[in-house]
Write a protein that binds this ligand. Structure first.
Ligand code: ADP
Length: 343
C-alpha cells in the first residue's frame, strides 16, 4: 500500500522549497550586482563613451518580480494541495463510515436469512424477521439512493420539479410527512408562525431537507427530542427556523458541518451513525432554490438552530426562479400550477 504522508511532511517540503527560492533570489541579486560592477568596469575601459550613466534597474527588478511570482505560484499550489489533503482525509473517514453503514444492515439481513433457512421458525417470529429485514433493506436502499442523488445533483443532472406553493401549507405538509416517517410521538415537533406568501419549490427536494434536519435533531439529542419549527418572513425571504434541544454544536464547527463528508470529531458526541453527507445535501438543495441555510448554537448541550431562507415568489430573485420554472416546464412538459402567466 502507498505510504500516506502527514501534513507536517508537506509543510516541511513547502518550507524547504521556499528557502530554496529565497536562496536563489539571494544568488540572483549577488550575481547581478557583481556582474553589473564587472561589466561597468570592463565597459569603462573598452569604450567609456558608450556607457550609459544612469543605473538600468529593469533587468534587476524583472528578475526579482519573476522569482517572487514563482514563489507566489508555489504558495498557491501548496494551498491547493492542503485543501486536497483535507478532502482526502474526510473521504477516508467517509469510506470507513459508509462501509459500516452498508455492512451492518447487510449482516443483519444475512443473519435472519440463515436463521430462517437452518431452523424451523414459528410463523409469528418469521413475520417479525421479515419486517426487520425489510427495514434493513429500506435503510440500504435509502443510503444508496442518497449517494446516487447527491452525485446527480453535483453533475447538475437532477430533473427539476419546481411548483408554486403556499409556503405555510407546504411546510405543514412536509413536517407532517417527516413526523410520520420517523414515527415521532405527537407533540415532538411544534410548528409556529406563518409566512403568508408563496414560494417556488421542488417538494421532494425540500422533503429531503426536512427529513435530514429532523433526523439529525433526533440523532444528536440525548434525551427525548423536542423540535420547534418557526416560520416567518422578511421583506424578501421566507424564514424557517428548526430548533432542537440536542447536544449543540461548538462555534468553530458551525460552518464546517455543511462541508461534504464532514462529521464533528468529538468524544462527547454519542456514537451515532452517519456519513457526513446530510447537511451538505441540504445546503446544495437550498442553494438550488436560491436560498441559504445557516446553523447557530450556544454550545454544548444548548441545542442547535438551523435557519433556512427561501426567496418569496414573485418578490425576490425573479430571474432565477423564472429559470427554475422554465426548466421544470421543459423537463416535464407541464405548466406550473395556476401560474402559467409567470413564465
Ligand atoms: P451525519 O449526521 O451523517 O454525520 P450531517 O452532514 O447530517 O452528517 O451532519 C454533520 C455533523 O453535524 C454531524 O456529524 C453532527 O456532528 C453535526 N450535527 C448535525 N446536526 C446536528 C444537530 N441537530 N445537533 C448537533 N449536531 C449536529
Amino acid at each position: 500500500m502507498k505510504k500516506k504522508h502527514s501534513i507536517f511532511y508537506h509543510i516541511t517540503i513547502f518550507v524547504i522549497t521556499q528557502l530554496a527560492w529565497l536562496l536563489l533570489l539571494g544568488i540572483w541579486i549577488y550575481w547581478y550586482v557583481i556582474n553589473y560592477i564587472l561589466l561597468k568596469n570592463v565597459g569603462e575601459k573598452i569604450s567609456p563613451q558608450a556607457i550609459y550613466e544612469g543605473t538600468n534597474i529593469f533587468p534587476f527588478v524583472g528578475g526579482i518580480v519573476l522569482l517572487v511570482a514563482i514563489s507566489f505560484s508555489i504558495s498557491l499550489i501548496f494551498r491547493q494541495l492542503n485543501v486536497q489533503l483535507k478532502l482526502n482525509n474526510l473521504y477516508d473517514n467517509f469510506i470507513a463510515n459508509i462501509t459500516h453503514e452498508l455492512k451492518s444492515p447487510l449482516s443483519s439481513i444475512q443473519l435472519y436469512l440463515e436463521t430462517l433457512q437452518s431452523r424451523d421458525v414459528p410463523a409469528q417470529k418469521r413475520n417479525e424477521f421479515i419486517e426487520l429485514m425489510t427495514k434493513d433493506a429500506n435503510r440500504l436502499q435509502n443510503l444508496i439512493n442518497s449517494i446516487l442523488e447527491i452525485s446527480m445533483l453535483e453533475q447538475k443532472k437532477v430533473s427539476h420539479n419546481y411548483q408554486v406553493y403556499d409556503a405555510d401549507n407546504l411546510i405543514e405538509k412536509l413536517v407532517g410527512e417527516s413526523a410520520e416517517q420517523f414515527n415521532l410521538p405527537p407533540g415532538t415537533i411544534k410548528v409556529e408562525g406563518h409566512a403568508d406568501c408563496n414560494c417556488a419549490a421542488d417538494k421532494s427536494a425540500l422533503k429531503i431537507v426536512f427529513d435530514n434536519l429532523i433526523d439529525n435533531s433526533i440523532k444528536y439529542t440525548r434525551d427525548k427530542a423536542e423540535i420547534s419549527i418557526r416560520t416567518f418572513r422578511s421583506a424578501k425571504n421566507i424564514l424557517i427556523e428548526f430548533k432542537d434541544n440536542g447536544i449543540g454544536i461548538p462555534a468553530q464547527e458551525l460552518k464546517k458541518i455543511f462541508n461534504k463528508f464532514y462529521r464533528i470529531d468529538d468524544k462527547n458526541i454519542p456514537s451515532v451513525k452517519g456519513t457526513g453527507l446530510g447537511l451538505y445535501w441540504v445546503r446544495e438543495i437550498i442553494k438550488n432554490h436560491g436560498g441559504k441555510i445557516t446553523a447557530a448554537s450556544k454550545g454544548q448541550n444548548a441545542g442547535t438552530a438551523f435557519k433556512i431562507e427561501l426567496p418569496i415568489y414573485k418578490v425576490s430573485k425573479k430571474r432565477f426562479i423564472n429559470r427554475l420554472i422554465r426548466q421544470t416546464i421543459e423537463s416535464t412538459g407541464k405548466s406550473i400550477k395556476g401560474e402559467s402567466d409567470y413564465v
